[in-house]
Design a protein around this ligand. Structure first.
Ligand code: PMP
Length: 443
């Protein structure tokens, strides 16, 4: 008799599609609306008022080339090697000097360098939020933060703003309501300065009150401040962290230097730091040494304060062009804020117009924007849209707003004719080959 086979046949299992193996938390990860239109929205003839890309045209590229070459030649053995999970010590010290402009007194030991402040947001959510936990955030809020909250299955409760930012009374009401349900939110996520997307700034008089309310309800505060030094008046607002050492503060060099280097940071209380560093280590081992050392050289050897002034002057010109165009072209029934820094105007359109449904028609008319619903976790925002003035030239901004106004007029015409909200075809135009600008969606 032949020997029995050594290996038994494994019974075959039915094929499983990869998507069926994904973790439940990935269900909350959805592409933004503008991403779906990316191929057409990034065609050169489309004026994109959708993305939040910093305008880095004024960067001293020649001087930076010299720095890069010198960094490789003199410090290449360190710059091209793994580094500390918490970040390069010299840079952490300089970050403390940058934050001092907003009244923050901090020590390098409490700074954790991250791959952009987006990573800091992700890590903070990771260490605080279990599925189902509640996070408070302004309504509307930064789309990248909502993405992180969704990825960790946190539930977002929005608190409304007015032209002076988050409304303390509404924050108190939201916390009372949640307390009655036995819920203590894990943290308040807030963008106090030149808000993305709302463009507003939290009034200085409200800052202490917001902190006090959160302290009373035992809620941590996460202050996200990538635009804080981009105020048009030239002076910075006092950070929430400058008033309360327990605030978790997120900062970034993306808007003040170069977003492509992906260098940001979190300033955290010592009790949070070790957990955050462990989370950072598991995500990336360490932030990129080379990029950190380049940022450090830039801060040490260049007049970065003047560079920020150059940026803000350019942004103010663009903001002015946008406001002029909005006044000139938009139909009645639209309203918007006047930002005094940052990148964004938040526009409310007449009743009945749905900005998400209108977007493909706007792109057909060669203008792109970010529709409001992407900035809310609860489906609100269909009458709102975000316009970014940071990247296009003032002439392009004017032209973009003129096109947008024509699209809005057409929607209103349909509504006047049929007496119902516009229901035009939502099919985007066909994609043609051609030069592609960078993503209009950079949040
Ligand atoms: N927070 C806010 C409010 C932002 O607008 C952005 C980017 N636009 C980020 C965080 C992330 O910035 P980065 O990762 O480039 O530092």
């Amino acid at each position: 008799m032949a020997d029995a086979p050594l290996r038994r046949e494994v019974p075959s299992t039915p094929a499983v599609a990869p998507a069926e193996r994904f973790a439940a938390r990935t269900a909350g990860m959805t592409a933004s609306e503008i991403r779906a239109l990316f191929a057409v929205a990034s065609r050169p003839e489309v004026v994109s008022l959708a993305g939040g890309m910093p305008n880095i045209a004024a960067l001293p590229l020649d001087a930076l080339s010299v720095e890069v070459a010198d960094l490789v030649a003199r410090e290449g053995q360190v710059a091209l090697q793994y580094g500390s999970a918490q970040g390069v010590p010299a840079l952490r010290e300089q970050i403390c000097e940058v934050m001092a402009l907003e009244g923050i007194r901090a020590v390098p030991d409490d700074v954790v360098v991250t791959v952009g402040s987006q990573m800091a947001l992700d890590l903070v959510t990771r260490i605080y939020c279990d599925p189902g936990d509640v996070v408070l955030a302004e309504g509307p809020s930064y789309v990248g933060a909502l993405g992180s909250f969704a990825a960790y299955q946190a539930r977002v409760v929005h608190v409304a703003m007015d032209s002076h930012g988050l409304v303390p009374e509404l924050l108190r009401t939201a916390l009372h309501t949640l307390a009655h349900q036995g819920i203590v939110p894990k943290f308040l996520y807030t963008i106090p300065n030149f808000h993305n997307p709302a463009g507003v700034t939290l009034a200085v008089e409200r800052r202490a009150e917001v902190l006090e309310i959160c302290a009373r309800f035992g809620v941590a505060v996460v202050e996200d401040n990538p635009y804080g030094l981009l105020g048009f008046s030239g002076s910075a607002y006092p950070a929430l962290r400058s008033m309360d050492r327990d605030v978790i503060y997120l900062g970034s060099f993306s808007k003040t230097f170069a977003s492509g280097l992906r260098v940001g940071w979190a300033l955290v209380p010592p009790a949070v730091r070790d957990r955050l560093v462990l989370a950072a280590e598991s995500a990336t081992l360490c932030p990129p040494s080379f990029n950190q050392m380049l940022v450090s050289r830039y801060l040490a050897g260049h007049d970065w304060r003047s560079q920020i002034k150059t940026y803000t002057e350019a942004y103010r010109d663009r903001r002015d062009a946008m406001l002029r165009a909005l006044e000139t072209y938009l139909p009645e029934g639209c309203s918007w804020n006047v930002p005094d820094g940052g990148f964004y105007v938040w526009l409310t359109v007449p009743e009945g117009v749905d900005t998400k449904a209108m977007l493909p028609r706007a792109v057909t008319a060669r203008v792109a924007y970010a529709s409001g619903t992407g900035f809310y976790a609860d489906g609100f925002g269909s009458r709102q849209l975000r316009l970014s003035y940071c990247y296009p030239t003032p002439e392009r901004i004017t032209e973009g707003v003129r096109r947008l106004a024509a699209v809005l007029e057409a929607e209103l015409d349909v509504m006047r004719t049929f007496g119902t909200p516009a229901r035009l075809p939502a099919t985007p135009p066909a994609v043609r080959d051609g030069p592609q600008a960078p993503s209009p969606h950079t949040p």
